[in-house]
Design a binder for this molecule. Sequence first.
Ligand code: ZN
Ligand code: ZN
Ligand code: ZN
Length: 272
Amino acid sequence: MKIEILGTAASEGIPAPFCECRICREAAKRRGKNIRTRASIMLSEKHKVDLPPDTFLHSLRRGRPFSRVEHLFVTHSHADHFYPESLRLRLEDFAHIESPRPLHIYGSETIHGLAQDILGSPLPKRFLFHRVELFQSFTAGDIDVLPVKASHRANELCLNYAFMFRGKGLLQAFDTGWYEQDTWDALAGMMLDAAIIECTAGKIEEPPAAHLGVKALIEMRSKLVEQGTLRPHARIIATHFSHFGGMLHEELEEVLAPSGIEVAYDGMILEI
Ligand SMILES: [Zn+2]
Ligand SMILES: [Zn+2]
Ligand SMILES: [Zn+2]
C-alpha cells in the first residue's frame, strides 16, 4: 500500500502566517522539511484522509489533481481537517472529470451537516455521504476500514481510522490525545504494519488532553505494540506538528530517532 503524506501541520501551519515565534521564524529561514501545510494523507490514488484548506496547494505540489479520489475519510470538523468549501470544487462547473464517479464521504453526522451547508440537501449526485458508526468496520473500494474514537473534543465525535488492504494495515492517529479504553480494545491484536501518529504538543511534557507530545507518542507506540495493534517492527511516523510544540524538524528527528520513530514531512511517501 502506497501512502502519501500531503501535509503535516496542525491548524495554523508552519510557519504560521501571523506568527513571530522562534519555530515560525526559523522554519521560514530553513524552509525544506520545516515548511508544513495542514494534515492530510492519501492511500493509493483513491483514498484520502481529510480535506484541509491546503487542498489546492497539495494538488499543485504533487503535480496531479485529486480527480481519482473516490473515498474521503473525515476525522472531525476542525477547519484544518475539513474545509467543506473545497467540496464545491468537485462540482460540474469546476471539475471536468471523465466518467465521474461519486465521491464517497465518510464521517460523523456533524460532517454531513457541514457538507450540506455548502452543497445543499440532499447532496448533489457527485457526492455520497456515509455516516460512520463507531467501531463498525466497513469496506471502501478495496480497503477495509475500522473507525475508532479519537480523544479530541468533548462535544463532537472525532474519528481515527485503521485501514487494511491486501494483508497490510495502517493506523491513522491524528488528532487525538491518549485513547480511551474502548478504542484500545477495538484496536487490540490487529497487527498493523504502520501508524501515523500525531505529535502536536512536541516537547510539552503535559500536553493538553486533545493532543500528544513526544513523550506521550513514545508511550503510545509502546502500548500499540504491546497489545498487538502494531507488529513489533511496524513503521511509526510522527505528524501534525504545531509551533506550540516548540520543535523544528531536525530537533524532532533527534529526539524521536532513538525510539525508531520517523518524522513526517510534506510530500513524504511510504510503501508498506
Ligand atoms: Zn488538527
Ligand atoms: Zn509560531
Ligand atoms: Zn482538531
